[in-house]
Design a protein around this ligand. Structure first.
Ligand code: M6R
Length: 369
């Protein structure tokens, strides 16, 4: 049942091309227009939406943070991401024009369930992005958009994360299509490009040998930092979470722009820092800004482990290691850049002799508040 792999997590990392492909399957018609049969909310109601709040916990919340950048870009609807356990107690501003999107692999996370119930009481329209058929959160929501990642057994979430980003993108593009005009133009071209992502993940998975080696050498590491910007910022947070959960190593993810506002003081000789570099095609010169960050931390002795697009040569002079990912448009990059971070955490945990699938103190689904 582990498909020949030693752990469920390793298998699930390799399931990711399918998780993305299956989540896209059947969601477009012959002309490439999005059709969401399961979206049992009227177009009138959806067109009236003037604010989106995403509620989720842990990795699912990082998927929500990634989705915020994309949905706002495509629809110009303001999106807020709230940790489900905070949402309920912060007197949230929600009404019948608010679309509350919950994201949950299990569909049973109590914090997320309570947030959804609270949102409904306040009159919001609720959509659940969920991986488990028949679970509680979809039942308590107005509509559900299933992620088709297949059962995820390892406690650390991997393929569900990619499927969650994919499903949220589908939802965002569907809303853009409903809005019509120039918004709708994005929908078809992005869906087309998304269709090519599974093959890119497959290619990437085939070139993870060096990441595995790096992880093995780092079994004694006490702290690892992760930097990213724009959609790479939640990916940095996710990379840090994977390492905490699986290898019990102190890890922190930062927005790269925040470095000079404090965290750069943590850099001392030998400190490993992963940097998720934005695509050179990113707007506002973000790529160059992150390359400068790499230069700054390297000058202070950091060991820089750089995740950069194929062909991005600007990072090479400042990188101790360059981990390549296939080129994509900037908003789709998270579906690739997170993979080496998952693989790194898997092999570091293995190198420490830990239980990859069942890390200490954690449960697959957190059914208490
Ligand atoms: O089942 P859910 O997606 O609602 O679970 C949410 C979090 O508990 C979950 O993502 C957790 O953070 C994972 N262990 C991360 O690997």
């Amino acid at each position: 049942e582990k498909g020949g792999y030693a752990t469920f997590m390793e298998k699930e990392i390799h399931d990711q091309p399918h998780a993305v492909a299956d989540t896209l399957l059947g969601r477009t018609d012959a002309e490439g227009r999005l059709v969401l049969d399961e979206m049992s909310i009227s177009e009138e109601q959806l067109n009236a939406v003037d604010r989106i709040t995403i509620v989720a916990c842990g990795t699912a919340a990082y998927a929500g943070m990634v989705a915020k950048y994309a949905i706002e870009h495509w629809t110009r609807i303001p999106v807020e991401v709230a940790l489900a356990h905070e949402f309920r107690y912060c007197d949230p501003i929600v009404n019948e024009r608010t679309l509350v999107v919950s994201i949950s692999q299990s569909g049973e996370t109590m914090d997320t369930l309570m947030a959804v119930k609270h949102a409904r009481e306040l009159g919001a329209i609720t959509v659940s992005v969920c991986n488990t058929h028949g679970s509680t959160i979809p039942r308590e929501s107005d509509a559900v958009l299933y992620t088709h990642a297949g059962p995820e057994i390892a406690v650390a979430s991997t393929k569900a994360f990619l499927a969650q980003i994919t499903a949220c993108y589908v939802l965002g593009l569907y809303l853009a299509q409903l809005r019509g005009g120039s918004y709708a133009d994005d929908a078809q071209s992005v869906m087309k490009e998304l269709g090519g992502v599974p093959a890119k993940i497959e290619t990437l998975l085939g070139q993870m040998g060096r990441v595995k080696e790096i992880a093995k050498f780092m079994a004694d590491t006490r702290s690892v930092l992760f930097l990213g910007r724009h959609v790479g910022y939640p990916i940095a947070m996710e990379g840090a979470l994977k390492l905490k959960e699986l290898a019990y190593i102190h890890a922190e993810g930062f927005a790269a722009g925040e470095l000079k506002h404090g965290p750069i003081a943590l850099i001392e000789p030998g400190q490993p820092v992963f940097v998720v570099v934005p695509s050179p095609m990113s707007e506002h010169g973000l790529h160059g800004k992150v390359v400068s960050n790499i230069q700054e931390i390297r000058a202070r002795g950091a060991r820089t482990l750089v995740i950069a697009e194929e062909g991005d040569e600007a990072v090479v002079p400042f990188a101790d290691e360059v981990i390549r990912v296939p080129a994509t448009s900037p908003l789709l990059a998270p579906l690739l850049t997170v993979v080496p971070l998952q693989v790194f955490a898997l092999w570091l945990s293995t190198a420490k002799g830990l239980d990859v699938d069942q890390p200490r103190n954690l449960a697959k689904s957190v059914t208490v508040e």
